[in-house]
Design a protein around this ligand. Structure first.
Ligand SMILES: Nc1ncnc2c1ncn2[C@@H]1O[C@H](COP(=O)(O)OP(=O)(O)OP(=O)(O)O)[C@@H](O)[C@H]1O
Length: 259
């Protein structure tokens, strides 16, 4: 028997008015799998993450997390739209890191990392602080725990954002172009933290990225999106080394040309 996927998009569609952003998406992600999503601007990549984070509603289909519906709940043997309590319970398994860091500016790095564990998970302050200290150490920022975001570089802020997401003990981590807003010399330190997370923690990771080198080296699977559909997917060596689809070839040619 094959293991139940950690995440399943089952025939999921998303529309904004007349614009179909995702068109009957089917995608299973295994426990512990690292999946990169690449593709041209507007192809629906970020929308996939935002739907999984329930920041966007869906128009059709069902999203499942560890075999439980996220967008729906079971009632009398059928699926009905989920209520907020149900969504919150399932969404607690998911953490997300955004392109724009989104740290609370009036809180130090430490305070950013303990706020939600205390208020949402009900953790004791001492336990939350101990956990946050471990995570800030993991991202190499023990020395900066009392700094405010404005006192940190973009790369350091993003590393705090990763520590903060981990503080909620998610099983699934979503990364949305997390290096796109960074100066080039700060990209490496953030990617290194993601590598470390992947190595040392049993996390399922789904990332939208424009860093083709990183996607190739880090992912178990790469999905190339085009016009709201997965146009091609496969292990990075195959997708980057010998893309089968003409659109994938054109896209990779264009981005690799651009450097
Ligand atoms: N709230 C919204 N209202 C209307 N249209 C939207 C909204 N959010 C996204 N879109 C549109 O949906 C499409 C897909 O957006 P999405 O952000 O998922 O693309 P993407 O592949 O991540 O692009 P990029 O690489 O530029 O970030 C785009 O055409 C975008 O303009």
């Amino acid at each position: 028997m094959t293991e139940q996927p950690m995440v399943r998009f089952e025939n999921v569609s998303k529309r904004y008015g007349a614009l179909t952003v995702l068109d009957g998406l089917n995608l299973d992600i295994a426990r512990g799998e690292k999946v990169s999503i690449i593709g041209p601007s507007g192809s629906g990549k970020t929308t996939v993450l935002r739907m999984l984070m329930t920041l966007e509603t869906i128009n059709d289909g069902v999203i499942w997390v560890e075999g439980e519906p996220l967008t729906h709940m079971k009632k009398n043997g059928t699926l009905v739209p989920a209520d907020l309590a149900h969504i919150r319970k399932i969404r607690a398994k998911i953490g997300m890191v955004f392109q724009s860091f989104n740290l609370f500016p009036h809180m130090t790095a430490m305070q950013n990392c303990i706020e939600a564990p205390i208020t949402v998970l009900g953790m004791k302050r001492t336990d939350a602080e101990a956990r946050a200290a471990e995570l800030l150490d993991m991202v190499g920022l023990s020395q900066k725990k009392d700094h405010y975001p404005s006192q940190l570089s973009g790369g350091q802020q993003q590393r705090v954002a990763i520590a903060r997401a981990c503080a909620m003990r998610p099983k699934i981590m979503l990364f949305d172009e997390v290096t796109s807003a960074l100066d080039p010399e700060l990209v490496g330190e953030v990617l290194e933290v993601i590598r470390k997370l992947g190595r040392e923690h049993d996390l399922t990771m789904l990332m939208v990225t424009h860093q083709m080198g990183f996607a190739k080296e880090f992912s178990d699977r790469v999905c190339f999106f085009h016009a709201g559909k997965i146009c091609e997917q496969g292990p990075p060596n195959e997708l980057f080394g010998a893309p089968k689809n003409e659109r994938t070839r054109q896209f990779l040619h264009a981005v690799l040309e651009a450097g």
